[in-house]
Design a protein around this ligand. Structure first.
Ligand code: DX5
Ligand code: ZN
Length: 219
């Protein structure tokens, strides 16, 4: 299973967004993680579809993962797909029929992914596991970067990996050189890190260090 490292754009210096995005791509990271929030679903707001288009225009070859923290993601799927989202992640806690929406994401040409919040029991994902190509296990409460990793989420990763050997399992929240190896040992293979990676003066060295640590986690 391939390990992937994804800087989260939420932690970038927005005054230098193009340079920050180029820095993330040049770091050797696999993709950019783009957090989209509405203030009904989380106590914050962030970006809209135009930021995804900005990423596509600035770094066309840098894969775009779009994390929709929206109560009604179904109303915006076309807009994000048209803006260049390549993976679209929708929350199991959102208010729409996810069987339908995961199919729509695929029909729009993007990779369909589900996301689960820390307080939501993992078993709720069972009916969707044949339909999502990736599951993102939140390891903080969504809404803000820079929060502390919630280790109690690790058993969810193991539960998923035992049932779905080929599934991409991502973690998001509090990812750093200590917590990411713990997630890999539990069975995750994709790792978001926002404040940790954008806070580095040498992001490339930090990504290389993470990859070296992950190599030690390979079974
Ligand atoms: C939180 C977002 C995360 C956030 C992670 O709602 O989904 O992607 O940017 O930031 P760090 O890595 O700083 O916890
Ligand atoms: Zn995210």
């Amino acid at each position: 299973m391939n390990f992937q490292i994804l800087p989260s754009l939420l932690a970038a210096d927005l005054g230098r967004l193009a340079d920050e995005l180029k820095r993330a791509e040049a770091s050797g990271a696999d993709a950019i993680h783009i957090d989209i929030m509405d203030p009904h679903f989380v106590p914050n707001m962030s970006f809209g579809p135009s930021i995804v288009d900005f990423c596509r225009r600035t770094c066309p070859g840098f894969y775009r993962h779009v994390h929709l923290m929206l109560s009604r993601p179904d109303l915006y799927l076309e807009k994000f797909a048209a803006a260049g989202a390549q993976t679209i992640q929708v929350h199991i806690e959102s208010d729409c029929d996810l069987h339908v929406e995961l199919r729509r994401i695929r029909a729009l040409g993007a990779k369909p992914a589900l996301v689960i919040n820390p307080e939501t029991p993992v078993e709720i994902l069972a009916p969707y596991l044949g339909e999502a190509e990736e599951v993102l296990v939140m390891t903080v409460h969504p809404g803000y970067g820079g929060q502390k990793f919630i280790a109690e989420c690790l058993p969810k990763i193991t539960w998923l990996r035992e049932r779905c050997p080929g599934l991409d399992i991502m973690i998001d929240g509090g990812g750093n050189a200590e917590t990411i190896p713990l997630c890999a040992k539990a069975g995750a293979n994709q790792f978001v890190a926002g404040s940790y990676l954008f806070g580095q003066s040498d992001m490339r060295a930090a990504v290389a260090d993470l990859r070296a640590k992950l190599r030690c986690c390979k079974a």
